[in-house]
Design a protein around this ligand. Structure first.
Ligand code: GCU
Length: 606
């Protein structure tokens, strides 16, 4: 009996995995049907809808969306009688009973659909953390990770007319997860980003990348390396790449892996390079020609900027020119207490605050933010540090944890590899030194390079060698990254008012970024500069820290912690924190604290 059950379970899993397909890049630019809006939800603390009282996966699961057929039928749930909440959106800020909730919530959405011409993918921008999806009662995918997109081919599950999608989301924290059990941000749960159906032909363009090749400043011609991949390993399919503004129209033909590469040569004086001062993007089209005749069977479009970024000695060069990264760290949280940010408008508000600070760079901490935010930053001329949540004490020895982290890294890069403004991929934050950690992270660094050599790799290290005002950065991982970045909290967690006396040694011939520094202040609380939590204390900390940073040889940027106060379950000081980390330069309502002006002035001089 047990053997039969496990074989059955294996068959179900295999069937399920069959529906999840590699990530479709730039899905939003295709013909889509949005499933955003109100979804019914059921809070299921003990996963009654998934396990029976013997913790076996139950066959009476909520995914069946069953209705009583006869009066005596016993069905103990009814989505259609349940409340609704807005998707995309976290549950914590939409139902006050769920403010602190960590567990399972079920979601149900009905939608009408016609007869699809080709394939139909069901696409999630993200759902935190572990997600199961059923369409018309059939499981179509199981995804782990709260901050990257995933999609499943649901063509065979769809029917003409009314369809039902049921989603189980569980945001319980686990030691083997990524992130692990403890992290200093709110564990917003739910379907936190867009959900939509995308129609694609049987053979479609899964992803493509365009990267400007480095060249010296006097080069007469610039070369753009293009690579294309179809969803199927089909040889001999013809594609056309078009960049109308550059009068480029070039053919590609796939090899037996359904891939092709091409180099586009453009006169240098014709090509405007993307930069914060000129965030130029070009309209690009990639057309897949139908073998049966000269018609286009698939087309993807995008707005792509071209730039190069490299590390040379202790400098970071953008388009061959040294640049100082005037940054700020940001969490993906709406302003004004609104929970997970998930739209262009949310991003624009936060990024405009960063612009007010004089920033040309943002660290999107500590997980990949939504695609709207990255694209809006690109449009606004803001460079980006994008990171996967290998945060603090990850289970380095656990192969499943590594596979999970590598998957998140792959999906982060696949989704955003054509974004000119992303200059750094970060693989970790404040991780304890050990051989297991080095092994785990160095594999991630290699993996990142195998997918993308056009960007820099970094991670936020910690300063462990500090004594007598001498600070020496020491981390084995320096050999695997391009930029050595570190967090330091002089003036807050250590050495209050000692920043002016501090000496720094960064014994690596690589660019250095101070990826975090800062201190807390409650907006509107005033007092002496040695009075914790006052704006004056934070202001003074910024004055002393920026002066200290000016003395660090080879410093090429910083992303102070943090743009705005953000929610954290680790911040429990009543009357001051109230579950907010108060290290923002803005309050959660966008009020500027005194330290804002210190950093703004410092950046004006940079
Ligand atoms: C850490 C960590 C952040 C955290 C910050 C703080 O360095 O990286 O996620 O919020 O410090 O303590 O405020």
């Amino acid at each position: 009996m047990k053997k039969l059950l496990s074989t059955l379970m294996l068959l179900v899993t295999l069937a399920t995995q069959a529906a999840e397909v590699p990530l479709l890049q730039n899905a939003m630019a295709r013909k889509t049907t949005s499933l955003n809006g109100p979804w019914h939800y059921i809070v299921d603390v003990q996963e009654e809808g998934y396990y029976d009282y013997r913790m076996n996966p139950t066959r009476w699961g909520f995914f069946r969306n069953a209705k009583p057929q006869r009066p005596e039928d016993l069905i103990e749930y009814d989505f259609d009688k349940a409340a609704t909440m807005q998707i995309p959106g976290d549950w914590n800020t939409q139902d006050e009973r769920l403010f602190f909730y960590e567990g399972t919530v079920w979601f149900k959405k009905s939608f009408n659909y016609g007869k699809p011409k080709g394939r139909v993918l069901l696409y999630f921008g993200a759902a935190n953390y572990e997600t199961y999806v059923w369409v018309n009662g059939q499981e179509v995918c199981h995804h782990i990770g709260g901050f990257t997109p995933f999609n499943a081919d649901v063509t065979d599950q769809l029917r003409e007319g009314e369809n039902v999608v049921i989603v189980k989301v569980d945001n319980k924290r686990k030691a083997e997860a990524v992130p692990t059990q403890i992290f200093d941000w709110w564990n917003y749960g739910g379907i936190t980003r867009d959900v939509f159906l995308v129609e694609v032909p049987d053979v479609y363009i899964e992803h493509f990348s365009m990267k400007l090749q480095k060249a010296d400043a006097k080069a007469k011609q610039r070369d753009i390396n293009v690579s294309v991949k179809l969803n199927k390993p089909i040889k001999g399919r013809i594609l056309t790449l078009k960049i109308p503004e550059l009068k480029v129209s070039l053919p590609l033909m796939t090899n037996d892996e359904g891939r092709d590469v091409l180099q586009v040569n453009v006169p240098a004086k014709k090509l405007q390079l993307w930069s914060p001062d000129n965030p130029k993007r070009y309209h690009v089209e990639l057309l897949l020609v139908d073998p049966a005749g000269p018609v286009v069977s698939d087309i993807v479009t995008d707005s792509i900027g071209f730039r190069t970024v490299e590390a040379r000695g202790k400098q970071i060069l953008l388009n061959g020119q040294p640049i100082f990264l005037k940054g700020i760290s940001i969490h993906e949280e709406k302003a004004h207490g609104g929970g997970r940010a998930n739209s262009t408008a949310d991003a624009h508000e936060l990024l405009s605050w960063a612009k007010e600070l004089g920033c040309n760079f943002v660290r999107l901490a500590h997980y990949p933010h939504n695609e709207y935010a990255v694209r809006e930053a690109e449009r606004m001329g803001i460079m980006v540090w994008s990171e996967i949540p290998c945060y603090w004490t990850i289970a380095w020895k656990n192969p499943g944890t590594y596979a999970n982290a590598e998957r998140q890294l792959t999906d982060m890069i696949r989704r955003d590899e054509n974004r000119a403004n992303i200059i750094i991929w970060s693989i970790a934050n404040e991780t304890p030194h050990s051989a297991e950690r080095d092994n785990f992270l160095s594999r991630l660094a290699h993996h990142s390079r195998s997918l993308d050599t056009s960007r820099l790799i970094s991670m936020a290290m910690e300063v462990t060698g500090a004594s007598n005002y001498k600070n020496r950065l020491q981390d084995n991982m320096h050999q695997y990254v391009d930029v050595v970045s570190f967090n330091q909290y002089i003036g807050w967690y250590r050495d209050v008012n000692d920043a002016p006396k501090m000496e720094w040694e960064i014994p690596y011939d690589k660019p250095a970024i101070v990826s975090e520094f800062g201190g807390g202040a409650k907006y509107g609380l005033h007092g002496e500069k040695n009075q914790r939590w006052t704006e004056e204390f934070q202001e003074n900390l910024y004055i002393e820290n920026t002066a200290m940073l000016d003395k660090i040889e080879g410093l090429c940027g910083t992303t102070p912690w943090i743009l705005k106060d953000f929610r954290s379950p680790r911040r429990v000081l009543d009357g001051i924190q109230d579950y907010y980390n108060r290290k923002g330069l803005f309050s959660d309502n966008g009020e500027k604290k005194k330290a804002f002006y210190v950093l703004k002035q410092w950046y004006e001089k940079k």
